[in-house]
Design a protein around this ligand. Structure first.
Ligand code: ARG
Length: 588
């Protein structure tokens, strides 16, 4: 009897192996099935690596087995009958190599085409996650570091959402701090007619920030007035609150331009939101004996760290750490999140390690890293210019992100115009394609690297239509769509009436790899590594090229099957684009 099993291909295989282990070794408890993709595809598709460790467990205890090889054999003999497996064999000291059945791969692809790729969503042990990303600081510029955080965070949120996790996309903007004293004071002094609720008087907020900072540093009287302004603001003075919220609004509108272009959705809960929670949260930590006095400040000592975590400054004010502790408390207790993910540059790693450790000491988080609720810091490297230094544009210290995205789009538009698309397409089509490709290229260039490494920002490279770029991949997808279109066949009809057969080895390889989609998304999610998905997407397009080079599609005897394989490839590629926040294009 064949049981219906669900989950990714690898999970399904693991279940079969689990049953084999139970049947062959009923006396050995607690053996997790170890299933991995075969390193060498000539040996099989997957391998089971349980034999060696099992042998070490049972040898010398009166077992009938004579070594790891016979242990491997016993596993093979006990794998339940399944249409999934074509054959299994033993190699070396007990590795079990498994070849999947071609028909099973074909059937799984067909099922996905009919039921939708959502049926391939991984199942994660998480109900609700907070993804804290982007998080720029009000009145200061949103720099390329925040762009990286925005792009990486959005992808992680998309992958979790696809896996049916309830995701709270949080923009932890820096909207609460002493810089507001000088900003508000400048606003009042430079615009004496300012009234609460009047239209924003400040033109360029960054310039305004720089000018106030200059004055703050040079003019002692102004500095004192600015410090008093902080007290008034934090004391809840209505006029100061209004000025503060107006300044925040100006920044928010600027940030929104970037989010709009990138198609990124975020919900703002800035530092100010958690401010009222800080005193009671610190009290909770104090009751547990975590907080100590040190050089006039209140601090938490962390094992293995020389410098403690400051939670109340010497002047009695709160800081970044006290806010993050309150926010963590809120996310765990009010929002009931079981996974809280923070996306910032690696330079902040110490800060996160410190307050995560404090939360563990307080008993908010389990001591074991793998248990839930869990916190993760997703660090990333710097964005470098071609000179190998921190990325800047020619004229200014910082890069205006909006300009950068516009440039990517405009370059794509020119490239399309050069290829005569302005005549072939409507203005709207041209615009939309340039946007999809341009913004997609910026995102992909960032995501394809291991996030911990620094990466060099280079328009020519990211906009190249050859190599591992979004441009190449988007065009590859569009080409597949055009093959299907030009066949003149109704693909919806074929899905119902036709069947996939993977007789050619290049068809089988492509089909097998398409089925690995769920495993890859799961791995990318679990390890918070979007580059795994990029790598997968690129490999799929390579597999497709190989298949298309060696197998005639339109007009061949296998046309129906091969068109369906084209469609399955397009569906998987599209889902990858979607998870990476890239808009697919259908025409080139
Ligand atoms: N505003 C901070 C910065 O620009 C990032 C905040 C990250 N999130 C957090 N909960 N600390 O560096």
């Amino acid at each position: 009897e064949i049981k219906e099993i669900t989950g990714s291909q690898k999970q399904q295989l693991a279940k079969l192996i689990e049953e084999a282990l139970k049947a062959a070794f009923p006396d050995v408890s607690d053996v997790q099935p170890l299933v991995a993709i075969c390193n060498d595809p000539r040996h099989g598709d997957y391998q089971c690596n349980n034999a060696m460790s099992l042998w070490n467990k049972i040898k010398g205890k009166g077992t009938q087995f004579k070594g790891p090889q016979p242990v491997g054999k016993a596993i093979i003999e006990n794998i339940p009958a399944s249409e999934m497996i074509e054959s299994s064999s033993i190699a070396g000291p007990g590795f079990v190599n498994i070849v999947l059945a071609r028909q099973w791969i074909a059937k799984s692809l067909q099922k996905m085409l009919i039921d939708g790729i959502a049926t391939w969503a991984p199942k994660l042990p998480v109900k609700r996650a907070v993804v804290d990303f982007s998080s720029p600081n009000i009145a200061k510029e949103m720099h390329v570091g925040h762009l990286r955080s925005t792009i990486i965070g959005d992808t992680l949120a998309r992958m979790l959402e696809f896996s049916n996790v309830d995701v709270l996309r949080r923009n932890h903007v820096g909207d609460w701090g002493t810089q507001f004293g000088m900003l508000i004071e400048s606003l009042f002094e430079e615009f004496p007619n300012w009234e609460a609720g009047s239209a924003p008087a400040i033109g360029d907020l960054e310039e305004f920030y720089k000018a106030s900072k200059k004055r703050f540093d040079a003019d002692a009287d102004f500095k004192e007035r600015a410090q008093k302004a902080v007290v008034s603001l934090q004391g809840g003075d209505e006029k100061y609150r209004m000025a503060w919220s107006q300044i925040c609004e100006i920044s928010r509108n600027e940030f929104q331009k970037v989010y709009g272009r990138l198609g990124v959705h975020l919900e703002e809960k800035g530092e100010s939101f958690y401010n009222p929670y800080i005193p009671s949260v610190l009290e909770l930590l104090n009751e547990k004996g975590l907080i100590q006095e040190s050089e006039g400040a209140r601090v938490i000592f962390i094992e293995g760290k020389k410098i403690p975590l400051i939670v109340v400054k010497r002047d009695g004010g709160y800081n970044y750490a006290s806010t993050d502790l309150a926010a963590l408390w809120y996310r765990l207790n009010e929002e009931k999140a079981d996974w809280i993910i923070y996306v910032t540059d690696v330079g902040q790693r110490e800060h996160f390690e410190m307050f995560f450790a404090a939360a563990k000491r307080a008993g908010w988080l389990p001591l074991n890293e793998n248990d839930y609720p869990k916190t993760s810091h997703v660090g990333f490297g710097l964005v470098l210019g071609e000179d190998g230094k921190r990325f800047r544009t020619r004229s200014t210290d910082v890069v205006k992100l909006v300009d950068l995205l516009d440039e990517a789009k405009n370059r794509c538009k020119s490239a399309l115009e050069e290829r005569g698309k302005a005549k072939e397409w409507t203005a709207e089509e041209l615009e939309q394609t340039a946007e999809a490709v341009g913004y997609g290229a910026v995102k992909y260039a960032d995501l394809k690297n291991n996030r911990l490494t620094n990466y060099t920002f280079n328009f020519d490279q990211m906009l190249n239509d050859k190599g591992n770029t979004a441009v190449y991949l988007l065009y590859a997808h569009a080409r597949i769509c055009s093959i299907i279109r030009k066949s003149g066949k109704d693909i919806e009809e074929l899905k119902k009436s036709g069947a996939i057969d993977l007789a050619h080895p290049d068809e089988r390889t492509l089909g097998l790899h398409l089925l690995q989609f769920a495993e890859i998304v799961e791995e990318a999610c679990t390890n918070l590594l979007p580059n795994l998905l990029c790598e997968y997407l690129y490999n799929i397009s390579e597999d497709f090229t190989k298949f298309y080079t060696n197998c005639q599609v339109v007009g061949s005897a296998e046309e129906t099957s091969r068109l369906l394989l084209c469609e399955a490839t397009a569906v998987v590629m599209r889902k990858c684009f979607h998870l990476l926040g890239i808009t697919p294009v259908y025409k080139i």
